[in-house]
Write a protein that binds this ligand. Structure first.
Ligand code: NAP
Length: 556
């Protein structure tokens, strides 16, 4: 290991431009990775393409953006002082507050000095003779590092839709995933929103309040549960803090999705209709993502799932006054939860407003964008501004943008041409000393992301510490272990209803992207145990090499 630069030297590259670890991205994953590795005495350089910290919360500044996991849980647990001292203002904090929190963490732990902002990593190439990575950045600089950690995020690569005429539109075009930093005022404008996923569902009610007229172009109706957002009182925060250690333990070890809630003890069909309805009502009134935790078989049994889906469809019909609009808003082509469930504040009720129109572009697809209108089904909808809430090239998109070359010059994009292949979602065979935080093949987007980020960061930090302690230089996933893991991830996914939806989990939102269920659905507790067991067995399934001679570590 190279000697970590002293604190005073950290603001400038080490003399030899050599680091123990290069981390790509300064979102929640990159920030904690830096903090953790630096605490272990490693020299670390973080590159961040944005102008500041925060990752997804730096880019997603659209109106109404807020977290869909309660903030007391969507927050770091690694520092008890931090979790005891930070005051979240609302049940689901709005984007500016989450960004403020990321900035607070960066300052509190003095992280900025090791982060280069406005700097993209363009290329990373493994040098087999030196056992190190050569990393080239967008400012044409090159550094070397023993390890590279991709903390690039799962939903950070906003995707522009390929719609004819879009570039000729005369008004302003905004993408929810890459929103301007200054506030946008839609007052007096005719606005078109394309897409009806989480980002649209959060922004539509706010834009509708401002715009003269809002037209929402919907290809697929989505299930959405009321957030029931509210200000947090000091008493509520305090009650949470008193229980924090148990809440965090439960989220890590027992909850499948990393969220503390009551666990269901039965399937939906084990209750009679009245009992079932009252349980759904109770969760609907409480609001939030844990609606899907009413029963333990909603993700695996279609008949059970139908009971929850019917309940939500009935709620939509109750809320939306125009029966035709209500029918269009009722999802009917995928099981509830098989696409990421949305959490809203008055989304469905917004369609009762006289200044809001829903356009069904499944039956009448968008033909083209004209300079002042969207043409769909032969009709022109005049708009002054367009909001594209069309999502992301999820899970692999940001990694794919970097030219990553492993052994024998193979690129990661070549290796993943038919879908991402990893061992534990952490590494890919042929790409030594390259870690991915919340990579495909790990629970990642199916969980409270911060729980999964912390687990990966801790595991990676332990791993590289262990390598240093054992005089080892190179760590690489074994091909056989990777093949088995990929098969396992796939097998578990196909015991559920998830693959029945054309979701971004499957890569289905990107034309030509291989359709493979990318996250690991076994649950964060089970997954954590698997990762811990692998480490306890001397990093079973990984090949390790000492400075000179290759050796396979025997399981201890
Ligand atoms: P998304 O879920 O992928 O939704 C994109 C929407 O755009 C879909 O309705 C999609 O229709 C539509 N679309 C895409 N391309 C189109 C085209 N060419 N023409 C017409 N419609 C098109 O993206 P998102 O809403 O940005 O959310 C992505 C994920 O980010 C979420 O699932 C969630 O995990 C995360 N997120 C979280 C929060 C939160 O924490 N509250 C907020 C926002 C996002 P189809 O469904 O037919 O493809």
């Amino acid at each position: 290991m190279s000697t970590p630069p002293s604190t005073s030297a950290q603001s400038q590259p080490a003399a030899a431009e050599t680091y123990d670890v290069v981390v790509v991205g300064a979102g929640f994953a990159g920030l904690y990775m830096l903090h953790k590795l630096r605490g272990q005495g490693f020299s670390v350089r973080v590159y961040e393409q944005g102008g500041d910290v925060g990752g997804t919360w730096y880019w997603n500044r659209y109106p109404g953006a807020r977290c869909d996991v309660e903030s007391m849980q969507y927050s770091y647990s690694f520092s008890d002082e931090l979790q005891q001292e930070w005051d979240w203002s609302e049940r689901y904090a709005p984007q500016p507050e989450i960004l403020k929190y990321a900035n607070h963490v960066a300052d509190r732990f003095n992280l900025r000095s090791d982060i280069a902002f406005d700097t993209r990593v363009d290329r990373a190439e493994f040098d087999e003779s030196a056992n190190s990575w050569a990393v080239t950045t967008s400012d044409d600089r090159s550094v070397t590092a023993k390890y590279v950690v991709l903390a690039t995020g799962c939903l950070s690569n906003a995707r522009m839709p390929d719609i004819r005429g879009l570039s000729g539109f005369k008004g302003k075009v905004y993408h929810t995933g890459n929103w301007p930093h200054e506030p946008i005022d839609f007052t007096g404008q005719r606005v078109g929103v394309i897409g009806t996923g989480s980002s649209a569902i959060q922004s539509v009610p706010i834009i509708a309040e401002e715009a003269e007229h809002l037209t929402v172009f919907q290809r697929t109706a989505n299930f959405s549960i009321p957030a029931r957002n509210a200000a947090l009182t000091a008493e509520e925060r305090e009650a949470f803090r008193q229980k924090y250690s148990e809440i965090r333990r439960f989220a890590r070890e027992e909850a499948r999705n990393g969220i503390y809630t009551e666990m269901p003890d039965r399937g939906a069909l084990e209750d009679g209709e009245n009992e079932r309805r009252s349980k759904y009502e109770a969760r609907w009134s409480r609001g939030g993502l844990t609606f899907m935790s009413v029963y333990n078989n909603l993700a695996i049994d279609k008949a059970a799932n139908d009971t929850a889906a019917d309940f939500v469809r009935a709620k939509i019909a109750e809320t939306v006054k125009d029966p035709q609009t209500a029918k269009l808003l009722q999802p009917n082509n995928h099981p509830i939860g098989s696409k990421r469930i949305c959490i809203d504040s008055d989304y469905f009720a917004t369609f009762n407003r006289p200044n809001v129109t829903l356009v069904d572009i499944r039956s009448n697809p968008i033909e083209q964008i004209l300079p002042n209108a969207v043409r769909a089904g032969g009709k022109d909808y005049e708009v002054d501004a367009l909001v594209l809430a069309t999502g992301f090239d999820a899970m692999t998109g940001s990694v794919a943008k970097i030219d990553i070359r492993g052994r024998n010059g193979q690129t990661l994009n070549q290796k993943w041409a038919e879908g991402p292949k990893t061992y534990l979602g952490l590494m890919s065979a042929g790409f030594p000393n390259l870690f991915i935080i919340t990579g495909p093949g790990s629970p990642s987007v199916l969980s409270n992301m911060i729980v999964s980020i912390e687990q990966h960061v801790d595991w990676i930090a332990d791993c590289v510490g262990w390598m240093r302690d054992h005089g080892l230089e190179v760590l690489e996933a074994e091909q056989g272990a990777e093949d088995k893991w990929v098969a396992h991830v796939n097998e578990v996914a196909h015991t559920t209803l998830y693959p029945q939806a054309n979701s971004w989990y499957m890569g289905a939102n990107i034309p030509g992207k291989p359709q493979i269920f990318m996250p690991y659905i076994g649950g964060v507790g089970v997954y954590r145990q698997i990762c811990n067991d692998v480490a306890a067995k001397g990093y079973e399934g990984f090949v390790m090499t000492a400075a000179q001679q290759p050796q396979k570590m025997a399981a201890s």
